[in-house]
Every structure is written in structure tokens, then in C-alpha cells.
Ligand binder design. Structure first.
Ligand code: FDA
Length: 582
């Protein structure tokens, strides 16, 4: 039987697999990506692309391509609650960083803007870049099984065009094969939760809805539709794919009864019901059924098999965290694989992948599922949960217009229930606040500062080891760069400032002692980079002559508040720990 050799076999070409392949190829690691089908995602699926993900794409050199195709943030900003798109509006929530206060927080937090990039557009950007940088992509190739030895993992795959099987032998296998992951199953990774919590249908369609949407631009229009059961709450969702002509409806179905027959007539009737105007021409382009899941893996790895994306965290689309978390998993994993494969790091570095990402996966699975439940108060406030009689429901909805104390109370309740949806539609902290604790992070002995404000809503930058390097605009001559642009690029970066010469020497010593690529960045007046706004000085939490060491994923691995006569020793010790050598 034919055997293909590579360093890393990536199973799956969705956001997790494609981003893994892209990062590996960017770092020069040979890899083969296999995918079961003959094409990439052909429906919009995931779309919200948050700032942390855009930072990853920026570092991997594809941010501009994504921005060029994505719907920009200002057109995403009004989550509308209505009885139908043509019907009554019940309220709006400023979303996805479009509340002026949250917008400021977005501007301050990152050089990158949140945007709406449907998955069928995102995957080609990632895959094209991966392939152009060296990834060997095999379509129509299905992973079947694997076995591991001390120095390699051998997968059995089926060429679905030829109908035969062959082996791929790799040093590592990345299971990015989605929500029904066979890799996770074969690797026996422990999971918590369950699949199939609720049933959903996606209906993708074309219709010019400019007159119903352009004056309240949004990614999401929630329609109160008694009879539908998205997450059991009686609502349908009209999601913008391309303003304002390409759309997707999400509509619930009863899991016990199974998905309805997805005929074009059925799909059109659902769409027209949510639009509230049967005269609008609609062209259905696809339909699919999927389930809401609530499941996460407690460990992402079994020796040489490491899993990422929906394979290890399965949850509903609420908060738009699916592909974001998948791409961020890949970014955490790829540099570790590179350094272990080229011998710079010990295999123990790979243990930190699961230690760092599994808590994030669990958090987002729980947040996304909680967000579904938090829509119920909106419908409760409207009085639609109090009765099963549809006509009574509509009378209850109308009661909010009455000039009575009950009417006033209902109006107040509705405003509060819609405002509380901020945890789904403006949860900047959920998107940004990942702080890692693992053996690839060297504690500096300072107490955990925790969060001054609600950590789900508000981003709180920190340079404490484990946090992501804070963004600040700095300049080099006429060029403006983010501090995040100075780090990343698959290498370690040591940040210091005036008087930090001992750290620059320490970095040189570390390069020689450990063979690790590490660049030094000095920020301050007369240094290579200047901090004209003083933002960096306010954010860095160390003195001018202190040091911050970022890992290739721009998370801080080590910090020291000032100069030190033992700088070399301290830095080499920290790097040895991060690299799994001690
Ligand atoms: P993903 O499922 O994207 O990719 C898995 C890859 O593995 C695919 O390339 C597949 O072909 C491949 N594969 C699977 N088994 C294989 C095997 N045995 N051998 C080889 N290849 C194999 N999210 C959201 O936020 N909003 C939304 O509206 C939706 N809607 C939605 C609809 C549908 C129909 C689906 C399936 C999913 C969604 N999602 C979603 C979820 C979102 O798409 C998801 O979170 C990300 O795609 C996860 O990315 P992954 O790369 O982990 O898996």
C-alpha cells in the first residue's frame, strides 16, 4: 500500500484545518491537508470574525484579503427584534462593537477590526494562502483511522475518487475534522456534554431586501415567529450574508420529529413568513439541517494526535465563536509544532496546547449555550411564553403599546431584556480576554489582577504572563505599527526600552544558547520605535528598562519589571521552561 510521508497531517479544511495548514506553511513546516469533499464550504455557516481572529490573520498576512471581502463592522451594528422584516419592530441592540462606548474599546484594544466574513469566503482565503505557501491539499480524501508509534502517527485514508486506501505517515496529526470528528473518537479524547440539544435548519437565499434593512444595517434580524423552535424559544433568524441581497434564515425544528422535508416550497414559505411579505421575489440556493450541540473535550491531545476546532468544542452559533475559536486554536498549536519538529523545543511544549486551549473551548461552549437561554426573557417580556394560543400571543405583544401601568411595565421589561442580550452581541471580553496558564508561561510572582469590570463584556489588557500582548500604536519614522505587528511572525520577541540594554544582550545570549529565533524591540525616545501617544508606557506595566517576552502567538511568556544583572540567566531560564526543556 502506498505511503505518503509528511511532517504534519491535517485532517479537515474548515477554519481550524485551513488555519493550521496556513500557519504551518507560513512557518515552513511541511504538511498535507486532507479533506473529505471535493470543495470547500459551499454555504455561509460561521461569519462573525472577531478582533482576536483578525489579529491572527494579520500576523499570517491575509488580513487585507479578508477585510476586502468582508462586510465591514459599521454595517453589522443593529441587532433587530421584530415581528417580521416588513412588520413591526420591537427593538434594536447596538451590536458587534457598534455601541459608541464599545466601539472605542474596540479601537483601543486592537489594530484589527471585527467584520462579517462568511465561511464560504473565508475558507478559500485561508486555503489558497496555505497552498501557495506549500501545503499539499488532497480533496476527496477521507481519514479513516490512525495508529501511533513512538516517533510517528500513521493514518489510513481513502481516496474517494479512486476508491482505494493509502497511508499517510506523519510526525503529528491534527484532527480538525469538525463536529462529528472521527479523529477525536478514534483518539478517545474525553468529552463532556451532549450532541443534539435542538434542531435547526439553514435556508440560504437571494432576495433584494434593501428597503427592509439598509436603514437599520445589521448582520442579524430576529423575528418573533410563534411556531418556530430555534433553541426552543420560538424565533426565526434572518442573517445577512451579503448586504442586502444574499441571506440565510435559521429556523428551528423538533428534534424528536426529525427535520422536515426541505423542499423548495417549504423553504420559500419559511422565508416569506419571516420577511412578512410574500410578494418579495426569493431564490432559494440551499437548505441544510444541523443540530445545536453542547459538548467540549477536556483534553485536546493524545500523544501525537492533536485536535482543534469543532472537533473539540461544539456549540450553537450564538456569540459567533465557532470559526473564531477554531482559527485561534490553530494559531496556538502551529508554532509549537514548528519548534518541536525543528528540535528547538521538547515535545512537552505540545502538552501546553491542551492546557491553554481546552479552558477556552469550555468557556465558549458554555457561553454560546447560555446565550440561547438569554433570549427567552425577550419573549417573556412580550408575553408570548405565557400562552400557547397564537392569537393571544399577538394580543400580548400589542399590550406594550397601551397607556396603562401594565403597558409601561411591559415596555420597561422589553427594553431590559433586549439590553441584556449584550452578552451575546457585544461581549468584547469573551472575544478578547484569553489568559493562559501552562508550562509555556513563566509566572512572574505577581498576583492575578483579575478583572476590574465584567470579564465577559469588557476587554482588560494586561502584560502579566499568559495574557496577549496589549496593542498600542508605535512609530518607526513615518510608519505606524501596532505592538502586535512587532511580535508574532513565528518567532519570540523581547520588548524593552531605554536602559534595557541588558535584555538585548540577554536575547543574544539566548539565541546562542538555545538556537531560538528571538528579535528585540526597544521602544522609547531615540529608540528604533517611539511611543508618541504614551499608550505603550501606560499599558506595559513594566519600567523603561524592564522586559516582556512574547511567544510567536503574541502571548506573553515572561516579564521582568526592570533591568537585572542576571538578565541572561533569567531570560534563558524562562525560554528553557517555555520550550519544555526544564
Ligand atoms: P468544519 O466543520 O468547518 O470543518 C471540518 C472539515 O473536516 C471539513 O473540511 C470536512 O470536509 C472535513 N472532514 C470531516 N470529516 C473528515 C474525514 N473523516 N476525513 C477528511 N476530512 C474530513 N457557526 C456559526 O458561527 N454560525 C452559523 O450560522 C453556523 N452555521 C453552520 C451550519 C452548518 C451546516 C454547519 C455544518 C456549521 C455551522 N456553523 C455555524 C459552525 C461553524 O461552521 C463551525 O464552528 C466552524 O466551521 C468550525 O470549523 P472547523 O474547521 O473546526 O470544522
Amino acid at each position: 500500500m502506498e505511503t505518503v510521508e509528511t511532517d504534519v497531517l491535517v485532517v479537515g479544511s474548515g477554519p481550524a484545518g485551513a488555519a493550521t495548514a496556513l500557519a504551518l506553511s507560513t512557518y515552513g513546516v511541511p504538511n498535507v491537508m486532507v479533506t473529505r469533499y471535493g470543495s470547500l464550504a459551499d454555504t455561509p455557516r460561521a461569519h462573525i470574525t472577531n478582533q482576536r481572529t483578525m489579529e491572527v490573520l494579520r500576523d499570517l498576512g491575509v488580513e487585507d484579503q479578508v477585510t476586502a471581502q468582508a462586510t465591514p463592522q459599521p454595517l453589522m451594528g443593529n441587532t433587530v427584534f421584530c415581528t417580521s422584516l416588513a412588520g413591526e419592530e420591537l427593538g434594536r441592540l447596538r451590536s458587534w462593537g457598534n455601541d459608541p462606548l464599545v466601539q472605542a474599546a474596540h479601537e483601543l484594544a486592537s489594530p484589527s477590526r471585527l467584520c462579517d466574513m462568511p465561511q464560504h469566503l473565508m475558507e478559500p482565503v485561508l486555503v489558497n494562502a496555505a497552498v501557495s505557501r506549500g501545503t499539499a491539499l488532497r480533496f476527496h480524501t477521507e481519514y479513516l483511522s490512525h495508529e501511533q508509534s513512538d516517533d510517528c502517527v500513521t493514518a489510513l485514508v481513502e481516496d474517494r475518487l479512486r476508491g482505494d486506501t493509502y497511508r499517510v505517515r506523519a510526525r503529528y496529526l491534527v484532527g480538525a475534522d469538525g463536529g462529528r470528528s472521527r479523529v477525536v473518537e478514534n483518539a478517545g479524547l474525553p468529552t463532556v456534554g451532549r450532541m443534539g440539544v435542538a434542531g435547526s435548519l439553514n435556508i440560504v437565499f437571494e432576495a433584494d431586501l434593501t428597503h427592509l434593512t439598509a436603514h437599520r444595517p445589521s448582520t442579524l434580524y430576529w423575528v418573533l415567529a410563534p411556531g418556530a423552535t430555534v433553541g426552543g424559544i420560538g424565533a426565526g433568524l434572518v442573517r445577512c450574508v451579503r448586504p442586502w441581497t444574499e441571506w440565510m434564515v435559521v429556523w428551528g425544528y423538533d428534534l424528536e420529529a426529525g427535520p422536515p422535508d426541505l423542499t423548495e416550497e417549504f423553504a420559500r414559505s419559511v422565508v416569506h413568513r419571516l420577511l412578512g411579505d410574500d410578494t418579495i421575489p426569493v431564490r432559494i440556493t440551499s437548505t441544510s439541517a444541523w443540530t445545536v450541540n453542547h459538548l467540549y473535550a477536556e483534553s485536546y491531545a493524545d500523544r501525537r494526535v492533536l485536535c482543534a476546532g469543532d472537533a473539540v468544542h461544539r456549540h450553537p452559533p450564538s456569540n459567533g465563536l465557532g470559526s473564531n475559536t477554531s482559527i485561534q486554536d490553530a494559531y496556538n498549536l502551529a508554532w509549537k509544532l514548528k519548534l518541536v519538529l525543528d528540535g528547538t523545543a521538547a515535545p512537552a511544549l505540545l502538552d501546553t496546547y491542551s492546557a491553554e486551549r481546552a479552558p477556552v473551548g469550555r468557556q465558549i461552549v458554555e457561553r454560546a449555550n447560555r446565550s440561547i437561554g438569554e433570549t427567552a426573557p425577550v419573549f417573556e417580556a412580550l408575553g408570548v411564553l405565557a400562552t400557547s394560543d397564537t392569537e393571544q400571543m399577538w394580543r400580548n405583544v400589542d399590550a406594550r403599546k397601551a397607556a396603562t401601568p401594565e403597558g409601561a411595565k411591559q415596555r420597561q421589561g422589553l427594553r431590559e431584556a433586549i439590553a441584556a442580550k449584550v452578552y451575546e452581541f457585544n461581549a468584547h471580553g469573551v472575544e478578547m480576554n484569553q489568559r493562559y496558564v501552562s508550562d509555556a508561561i513563566v509566572p512572574d510572582g505577581t498576583p492575578d489582577p483579575g478583572f476590574g469590570r465584567d470579564p465577559e463584556l469588557y476587554h482588560q489588557p494586561s502584560t502579566r504572563p499568559g495574557a496577549k500582548l496589549p496593542h498600542a500604536w508605535v512609530v518607526r519614522g513615518r510608519e505606524r505599527l501596532s505592538t502586535l505587528d512587532l511580535g508574532g511572525h513565528g518567532r519570540f520577541t523581547l520588548f524593552t526600552g531605554i536602559g534595557g540594554d541588558c535584555w538585548e544582550e540577554a536575547a543574544e545570549a539566548a539565541r546562542k544558547a538555545l538556537g531560538v529565533e528571538i528579535v528585540t524591540v526597544s521602544i522609547g525616545p531615540g529608540q528604533e520605535y517611539e511611543d508618541p501617544y504614551g499608550d505603550w508606557a501606560r499599558l506595559r506595566e513594566i519600567g523603561d528598562c524592564g522586559a516582556l517576552l512574547t511567544r510567536p502567538d503574541n502571548h506573553i511568556g515572561f516579564r521582568h519589571p526592570e533591568m537585572s544583572p542576571h538578565a541572561g540567566e533569567l531570560l534563558i531560564g524562562a525560554l528553557r521552561k517555555i520550550l519544555g526543556h526544564g
